[in-house]
Design a protein around this ligand. Structure first.
Ligand code: IVH
Length: 685
């Protein structure tokens, strides 16, 4: 080598070192010390020198990041160790179940020679694209996609364009363990190291790329992950280079003596890779804390994440746990609740709130959002519907933000078929048919009958009370909340609520929401008498409801009963009969009954008892052993008999218990048949 060449070579070596150092400061540590322009100028010089002496170009030269020619197709590469995926978990409970499973699999607590308490390692789950990097003697020789886990595609050229991927490995920070340090040094000089991680695009780069697309009138990219994946699969590396991708490492496949995941991360970092925020956790509670903490701050992160990855920290234990399907048993992805999804608006229904405010609510094709089923979204008011231009049949993006029911954020108008229907606020209140008004300066429409909403509220409270549907946990406060959110405005709405409707509300967590849904589900089965009572028909108390249920036996018969029919029932006079008749013939009530039945209310069959006491009148006096007074009365009524409070010639039986009152004497005087408890039992049982 002549003198000039030797000097140039020296300069090249130095330039490569300096450029690589600044690349690392800028792209890995995010702490640039010189400007982009200066770095470009150094690269430019290096490039020129290499052009003079092409034989001095090395694989790890920064100029080689965007060197390659476009390919015809990617080469297939076989992974030495299968690239796996992860099992998802959404709730604390899933995580606990995972812990129990692995503890069970690990068997006896002493099986590892010491008491097993599992330590965990938690890190961020980057929403990107998995790749595997191979370094031979410290130099990047291959980068591949996951493919089917066994065989992927060689995308080395494209990966080289990513500045946060070192082309040559070096030790940036000394490792704590001497053994590991020695082993790393050995393999960097002579050996193979495999590293896996995620290629991703920052939120900022993604926005920028879409702004450019928009300027050019080109279609927008859907999300950073697809854009990153798409860029890596381009045959021409210039495209990947223009996309400003990033890389974050999370697994060290080669054994460098690491005993824990935690150490693995430290080695990766020391080798010059970006790693995500991580945490060594002594117990599951710490993992959950970390998960919550990250969920809080994920908005501020420069890239999208969709959860955390939790692994058994000890590699020996991790390996012992093995693989199930395509995922290692020792890791789990604990996802964050998704905030957005798409679905179809099947209907827009107006709910009347406590103050008479009308809220249009979108009934959605059920969709999972963050692990729970969502069926409703609020459309707030007429102005909002106009602003969104939302129509029945539209495909929309819905979003959950904070403690409210989901919002419709956008209509995907390109998916319209032309059959979508516009929505109009009704002119009459759907509940009381009162006039709907909109006050000057207000965005909400209201039912002018100010009592309408509050009457509904009272009706619902009565409906779910002990003597009606008896739904535990559904008290007035919750009813107010549900009405205010537009989730319910009549009793039937309760039965189409889902856990997903409740979870976003204040005072509800997953558990309490699922408890209430369970209570509602159980409440669906009801006796006819309780059902009638729950309807809150004027003048129809418990007794009358029982009488109606006993007499007619079926809801349908009560619904269709004529006034004359109703008057045939003992104890039902004109006023009560009229009230019942009118109630069942009002249109709104007919709809309510239909909706209740449609929503799965199941009325238990009325036990038909032989009505052997029809036409017989009983009077009760004194205390019985077997029955309370109320039970005795109800027995007589069940069998078709009547109970009267005073003895007359028309009385058929006077039943005497202990310490009978004056009725006993009167019965004797009138010669009415007197029976004791034993004889009474024989009649009614
Ligand atoms: S460990 C056993 N750690 O998530 C499989 N994966 O849903 C190795 N991912 O295919 C995965 N961030 O593309 C791991 N910190 C992280 C990750 C991560 C993102 C991706 C990766 C994987 C997918 C599984």
């Amino acid at each position: 080598m002549d003198k000039v060449k030797a000097k140039t070579k020296q300069r090249i070596v130095k330039l490569k070192k300096v450029i690589n150092h600044h690349r690392y400061l800028y792209h890995v540590l995010d702490k640039p010390e010189i400007s982009d322009a200066s770095l470009d100028s150094l690269k430019h010089e290096l490039n020129q020198l290499e052009q003079q002496y092409p034989d001095l170009i090395t694989l790890d030269s920064p100029t080689q990041r965007v060197g390659g020619q476009a390919l015809d197709k990617f080469k297939k590469v076989e992974h030495q160790k299968r690239m796996l995926s992860l099992t998802d978990a959404f709730f604390d409970e899933d995580l606990k179940a995972w812990q129990e499973r692995i503890q069970r699999l690990l068997g006896h607590p002493m099986s590892f020679g010491h008491r097993m308490s599992i330590n965990y390692f938690a890190e961020l789950k980057i929403d990107g694209f998995a790749i595997a990097l191979i370094y031979q003697d410290g130099v990047l020789i291959q980068g591949a996609t996951r493919g089917d886990g066994q065989i992927g595609e060689d995308v080395t050229q494209n990966l080289k364009t990513i500045d946060s991927i070192p082309l040559k490995l070096e030790i940036h920070q000394k490792l704590l363990s001497r053994i590991i340090q020695d082993r790393v040094e050995k393999l960097l000089a002579n050996g193979r190291i495999e590293i896996r991680g995620e290629v991703y695009m920052t939120k900022k780069s993604f926005e920028k790329i879409n702004q450019e697309q928009e300027k050019k009138g080109l279609p927008l990219y859907a999300n950073p992950r697809n854009t990153a994946a798409g860029s890596i699969r381009q045959l021409d590396p210039k495209i990947a280079a223009s996309r400003k991708l990033n890389f974050l490492a999370y697994r060290l496949i080669t054994n460098l003596g690491q005993e824990t995941h935690n150490q693995e991360h430290q080695i990766l970092q020391s080798l010059g890779f970006k790693i995500s925020q991580d945490k060594h956790c002594f117990k599951l509670e710490d993992v959950i804390k970390f998960w919550k903490e990250i969920n809080q701050k994920r908005k501020k992160l420069p890239y999208l994440i969709d959860g955390i990855v939790v692994s058994v920290d000890d590699n020996k234990v991790f390996n012992k746990l093995g693989i199930v399907g395509k995922a290692p048993r020792g890791s789990i992805a604990l996802k964050f609740p998704a905030k957005e999804t798409t679905t179809v608006i099947e209907d827009i229904v107006v709910q009347v709130g406590r103050t008479g405010a009308l809220t249009p609510v979108a009934h959605l094709r059920p969709v999972r959002l963050g692990g729970i089923l969502i069926t409703r979204a609020t459309l707030h008011n007429q102005d909002e519907i106009k602003r969104l231009d939302v129509r029945i049949g539209d495909t929309v993006i819905i979003q959950r933000a904070g403690d409210v029911i989901p919002d419709v954020v956008k209509v995907i108008k390109k998916l319209r078929t032309g059959k979508e229907k516009k929505f109009q606020m009704p002119k009459r209140c759907p509940t009381c048919k009162g006039e709907v008004i909109r006050l000057e300066g207000e965005v909400v429409h209201r039912c002018a009958n100010l009592k309408c909403g509050s009457i509904q509220r009272q009706q619902i409270i009565h409906f779910v009370s002990k003597k009606g549907f008896d739904i535990e946990g559904l008290g007035p406060k919750i009813i107010n909340q549900l009405m205010d959110q537009g989730l319910i405005s009549n009793p039937a709405d309760i039965f189409s609520l889902t856990q997903g409707d409740l979870v976003p509300l204040e005072r509800f967590a997953d558990k309490s929401a699922s408890n209430l849904i369970e209570a509602i589900e159980q409440g669906k089965k009801i006796s006819l008498a309780k059902f009638i009572h729950a309807l809150g028909i004027r003048h129809v108390g418990e007794e009358t409801a029982i009488a109606l249920s006993q007499y007619f036996g079926k809801l349908d018969k009560i619904r269709k009963a004529s006034l004359k029919n109703l008057l045939q029932i003992e104890d039902i006079g004109e006023v009560v009969a009229q009230s019942i008749f009118e109630w069942f013939n009002r249109q709104g009530n007919k709809e309510l009954i239909k909706k209740l039945l449609d929503n799965g209310i199941e009325i238990e069959k009325v036990k038909t008892v032989k009505k052997k006491l029809i036409g017989q009148t009983f009077v009760l006096t004194g205390e019985m052993d077997r029955f309370t007074r109320e039970q005795a009365k109800s027995k007589i009524r069940q069998l078709g008999g009547n109970v009267s409070s005073s003895v007359s010639k028309q009385t058929d039986f006077v039943v005497i218990g202990q310490n009978p009152g004056s009725k006993y004497n009167r019965a004797k005087k009138l010669g009415v048949k007197i029976i004791n408890e034993q004889e009474f039992l024989k009649i009614v049982i």
